[in-house]
Each structure stands twice: as C-alpha cells, then as structure tokens.
Design a binder for this molecule. Structure first.
Ligand code: HEM
Length: 561
C-alpha cells in the first residue's frame, strides 16, 4: 500500500513538473498578461474569443497594450513555443524594418505560412545571397519607366473595365434605388490587372462579369467571342485558385503536427487540382514567351517585352544565345515559377482589399470625397466643367495631385491590410527590453488611436480613426498644399530591404483606380446599417461588407480604350 502511495506521489510530482515545464516562459522585463502565463495555451483562449467577436486580431492586441500600459507585450501561444512579441509603436516598427536589418530578418511566422503554397519564392527566404540572387532579375520590373510603359496601360484598362461594370450595376438598380454590392469587384479587377502586368495575357474577369451583369445580345455572351483559347484558364478558375491558396496557407496556423499535416494536405485531391491548374497556366505562358524571344532571335527582329515575366525570360534566352549554350528548361525552375506566382499573389489581394476599404471611406467621408473629385477635375482639363473625356494613363501617372496622394496614404494607414513580422537574429533590445536571439516580433500597425505611453500627449491630432487626408498635406512653396510623405510613420508596406517589393506598382494601381472611379462615380452616403467598418482578418484584413450607392458622373470613354 505504502509503495502504491509512494508511486502515486512520484507520478503526481512528475506530472506537475511536466505541467510547469509546458507553461509559458516569459522573457524577463517585457509585460504580459499574468493569467495567460498560468495557462498551457497562454493568450490563445482570449485571443480566439476576441477574434470570434470582432473578426480581426486588432482589438485583442490593442486592448492588451492599453491594459499593460506599454506599447509592447509578450503573447503566449502553445506549450513549448517561445513567446511572440507584439509591438505597437509605429516609430519603433519603422526603425526596426528600415534601419536595424542586422538585428532583424524575415520571421518564420511569415515563411511558414507562405511556404505552404510558394516554398521556393523569395518571400519565405532569409535575407542573404540566395534571396538577393532570386530578387535580382526582377528589380527592373519595378523601375519607373517599365511600370509606366508596360504595366500602366494594363492598370488603366482594368480601371476602365471596372467603371464599365459599375455603370452596368448602377443602371440595373437605378429604378429601385438599391445599393450595389462590390465585394468581389476589386478582386476581379486587381487579378485582371496583375495577370496582364506579370504574365502579359488577358484574364478577362471583368469582361466576363460585365457580360454576366448586362442583358446581352446572344453574340456577346461569355465564351462565344473567344476562339481557340489554347488551354487558357477561365478567370473564375484563377480567382478560385487564389482563394484556395490563401486558405491552404492559413491552415498552417491550425496544424498541430505541421510537417505531417502539410505532407497530407499537399497530397489531397483539392490541393493538387488547384496547384496543378496554377502551374499549368504559368508554365504555358512561360513557354509562349520563351518561344517568342527565340523566334525573334532566329529571325533577327526585336520582340518587345509585354509584361514583367517577359523581361526576365528575354534575358535568359539572350544570355543562352550569346553563350552558345542550349536554354535550360525554365519551366522546371521551381524558384522562378514560385517567384512568378508570388508576384501574382502578392499583387492581387493586397491592392483589392485596400481599394475596397477606400470606397467605404469615400461613402462615409463625403467631404473628403468632394475635395478629392474637385482636385482631380482641376488636374485634368478634359474633365473640367463636366467634361466627359477621362485622362489617359500617362496623364494620370504624370499628374502632381497632392490631395490624391494624401487620400492614398490615409487609405493605407486606416486599412492596414496585413501585418509585418520579424525575427531577432542576434540578442538585442527593443524599447529598452532585452530580446533574445530567435524571438519573433509581430507588429501591430493598425492604429485608430494615438500609440500608448509616449510622452507626446500634448500633440494636437485629430482622432486617428477618421479618414482625414489633410494629415498628409502641408503648405507648399507656391502657396498650394503639398503632399508630406513624412507626416506620420508609414508602415502599410513594411519597410527596408524586406519591405514590400511591389510598393511602386501598388501605388500606381491605387492612383489609376482611385482617379478613374472618383471621376466617374459619386459614392453617396449609405444607410447607417450598411456603413460599418467591420473587418474579417485572415491572411489579409478584408471588409466584411462592401456596398456603395453609385451615382454615375461619367462613363468609361477614355482615349486609350
Ligand atoms: C496596397 C498594396 C500592397 C500592400 C499594402 C502590400 C504590403 C506588403 C507588406 C506589409 C509586405 C511585408 C513587408 C515586410 O515584411 O516588411 C509585403 C511584401 C511583399 N510584397 Fe507587397 N503589398 C502590396 C502590393 C504588392 C504588389 C502589387 C506586389 C507585386 C506585384 C507586391 C509584392 C510583394 C513582395 C514580392 C513582397 C515580399 C518582399 C520580401 O520578402 O522581400 N506587393 N507587401
């Protein structure tokens, strides 16, 4: 009996020690919720409850910072995992991304999630020679001249098609006065635009939607105008593929045994179907482009680059030709194929979500909308006094429009559609606290209030929850207002060497889309129940609903159509 008692006591002690070892191990000196440190799953239960209630992570993170009274705290997730540091100080975030690159690098948090669907792409790699080599051939794609000449027209075309779609939608509800649901429209427009910009082929998603919305003559019906499509995917298939890839990437967060579950998922029929569809499309278009440049070399004529991928493939074809060696099979290069997919993926949901938020701000902040339209009409003579001629892409990209730039910045600030994460690669410090090597930092960049605990309470700022483009304007030399890029820290694109690679392209897209849609539509005030800013945060922070009351001011009739 006494042996049994003894054994039970030993077991209890062993179990208790094991339990203690599984509890979170706080990093000394960094605030945390005391009750979370006494639970195996740390902050997770409260975090999940808050997410269920609000649809996004912002509230839990921000409330924690307020409760703990410091703009940084540690977050405990699962047994044995190291604490995650949440940092909510925009200046510190900017400093870490921009200037402290020897101390911080791409975090496994990001790499693990995106590695599910693009394991060989540069976004999942640590900063180093392999990352640099993979990035190098694409650098010229973001050069201003290439963006204006090659990418700009596809952005303009997608914007004009979006205007056409919205005119059709507005006409269909004109008699009933109902609102228009645009929840998927920027998604389609952004995928159309990035597909042409990167791959040089039209996906026709907006065109298909226009046909589906408008009563058409039989010859106009979807599909009938297309001849042999040579294996080209339908826009709906590609949109579904992008959605599935987001879903697949996110599932990593719920894996209990990541390597095994990932292995199983990659063998599922669903994963293979979408992965295969995406690979077939990318490889088909690559082959066409390679053939184009090989033919051009053989016939001694020059073939122009019609998209970003062309620029990279042309150099490969020319280099092999110069060296007199056979061209390697570029479609079998996993790094290259995943990099193309990365650009399609990163250049799609990001801009579409940002633009969806922007229309919601326009509907709510009527005064800002009126000022924006007035500034655009002043910038383009063909639209003054009700002029119907829309500006060309060159006119838009060349115009100096401080109010538009301010509205773009304000949209990016308020929508902050994704988080930036870093990992400490050496023992270091943040805000005076010791950060051990290997610690991951998730930045909280969405700030509707002043950041916590800075001795600058005396600053006279308008509420950060409001859309106020004027924050970004200062008196210029000529007496007019000028755009001030440094008015507030800008964190929506991350920063530094691992900041957003497509930032310039994204800003062009925002400029073109916002200009044309503002000139063509008035976004009238919405009824109170539809005018909410509720978000659903998955991989990206997306508005829960997207309604607009559209009044058509101009129809799409630009000179470059
Ligand atoms: C409004 C639109 C966009 C937003 C808000 C956005 C935001 C971001 C953010 C926050 C990051 C992580 C940065 C960091 O860790 O410091 C990122 C990375 C990246 N973005 Fe964007 N992005 C946008 C559009 C685009 C576009 C249009 C492209 C390309 C066509 C693109 C390509 C990339 C790539 C390749 C990376 C990885 C950079 C690296 O690992 O070095 N993004 N983006």
């Amino acid at each position: 009996m006494s042996t049994l008692l003894y054994l039970s006591a030993v077991c209890a002690v062993v179990l208790y020690i094991a339990y203690l070892r599984l509890l979170p191990r706080p990093i000394p000196g960094i605030p945390y919720h005391k009750h979370s440190a006494k639970r195996l799953f740390g902050d997770l239960p409260d975090y999940v409850a808050s997410y269920r209630k609000h649809g996004e992570f912002y509230q839990y993170r921000h409330e924690s910072v307020k409760k703990l009274g410091f703009p940084m705290y540690q977050f405990f997730m699962t047994p044995l995992s190291k604490p995650l540091i949440v940092l909510e100080d925009p200046r510190e975030v900017e400093d870490i991304c921009l200037r402290r690159n020897r101390e911080f690098d791409r975090a496994p948090l990001t790499s693990n999630i995106l590695g599910v669907v693009m394991l060989h792409s540069s976004i999942v790699k640590k900063t180093g020679p392999a990352w640099r080599a993979q990035r190098k051939p694409w650098l010229s794609v973001m050069a201003p001249d290439f963006l204006r000449r090659v990418v700009g027209p596809s952005l303009h075309e997608a914007a004009l098609e979006l205007v056409e779609l919205w005119c059709t939608k507005a006409a269909s509800v004109a008699s009933s006065g109902e609102v228009v649901d645009f929840i998927n429209d920027f998604d389609t427009a952004a995928l159309d635009a990035i597909w042409v910009a990167i791959l040089g082929e039209k996906l026709n998603g907006l065109r298909d939607q226009i046909h589906a919305t408008r009563p058409t003559t039989s010859s106009e019906k979807k599909g009938e105008t297309r001849s042999d499509d040579g294996g080209k995917a339908d826009s709906i298939d590609m949109q579904n593929t992008m959605r599935y890839m987001n879903h697949a990437a996110l599932s990593w967060r719920t894996f209990k045994f990541p390597p095994l579950q990932l292995w199983l998922m990659k063998r599922s029929a669903e994963y293979r179907r979408f992965d295969d569809l995406k690979n077939r499309q990318i490889q088909r278009i690559m082959k066409n482009s390679i053939a184009k440049f090989q033919d051009a070399l053989a016939s001694g004529v020059e073939a122009p680059d019609s998209c970003a991928m062309d620029l990279v493939l042309r150099r490969e074809v020319q280099d092999a030709h110069k060296a007199g060696t056979p061209l390697r099979d570029l479609t079998a290069d996993a790094d290259l194929c995943d990099e193309i997919f990365l650009l399609l993926w990163a250049g799609h949901d990001t801009t579409s979500n940002t633009l969806s938020w922007w229309v919601k701000y326009m509907s709510r902040y009527q005064e800002a909308q009126t000022k924006l339209r007035a500034s655009l009409e002043a910038a383009f003579p063909s639209t003054r006094q009700g002029g119907q001629q829309l500006p060309t892409v060159e006119e838009i990209l060349n115009a100096d429009m401080p109010y538009l730039e301010a509205a773009m910045e304000e949209t990016l600030r308020l929508s902050t559609i994704t988080t930036v994460a870093r990992q400490a690669v050496v023992d270091t410090e943040i805000l005076g606290c010791r950060i051990p090597k290997g610690t991951q930092i998730a930045t909280q960049n969405l700030l509707y209030e002043r950041p916590v605990a800075v001795s600058e309470e005396l600053r006279s700022e308008t509420s950060r929850a409001d859309f106020v483009p004027e924050r970004w304007l200062v008196p210029g030399d000529n007496g007019e207002m000028a755009f001030d890029a440094y008015a507030l820290p800008r964190t929506a694109f991350g920063d530094g060497p691992r900041g957003c690679f497509g930032r310039r392209l994204a800003m062009h897209e925002l400029k073109v889309m916002m200009t044309l849609t503002t000139l063509c539509f008035k976004f009238a005030r919405l009824p109170e129940d539809l005018d909410n800013m509720r978000a659903n945060e998955t991989l990206f922070r997306k508005p829960v609903n997207c309604f607009a009351r559209l009044e058509v001011l101009r129809e799409a009739s630009g000179p470059s159509r």
